[in-house]
Design a protein around this ligand. Sequence first.
Ligand code: OFO
Length: 165
Amino acid sequence: MLTNEMITRLNDQLNLEFYSANLYLQMSAWCSDQGFEGAAAFLKSHSREEMEHMQRLFDYLSDTGALPVLGTIPAPPVSFDSLTDLFQQTYKHEQLITLKINELAHAAMTGQDYSTFQFLQWYVAEQHEEEKLFKSVLDKLALVGDSGKSLFFVDKDLAAMDSAS
Ligand code: OFO
């Protein structure tokens, strides 16, 4: 049985995962519009992963007899200065999500809600992967620079990362 406070916190996270899905889908539209088809495919797949993160929380709330509540999801940004700017924003966003997951895990632990604490371990591990993934894209971009030719190769690389996932 979840406390009301925990239900609110988990619902907040559920809605944040929805925002992540929308953010990456919107970013994929910008990439596609700019001709970065590899980055667009990569972000579109990632948006689907975020929907799975949302779904997991939805099921956990439901399975514990609580009510998942879908709120208003803020609109994500629609334009970016460059591909590097966009991926800097993804990395910053993932760092925010990690912070939120850590806060949730802390609340579960200190509230002696060990079931939720256990459930959240999957997200703790996932956030480690998420930060690593987006950092690796940023590192690639930093390495090759901002010329059209370099971006063409990073885009190809992102297409390969997408089909490998
Ligand atoms: Fe990208 O990890 Fe969920 O939000």
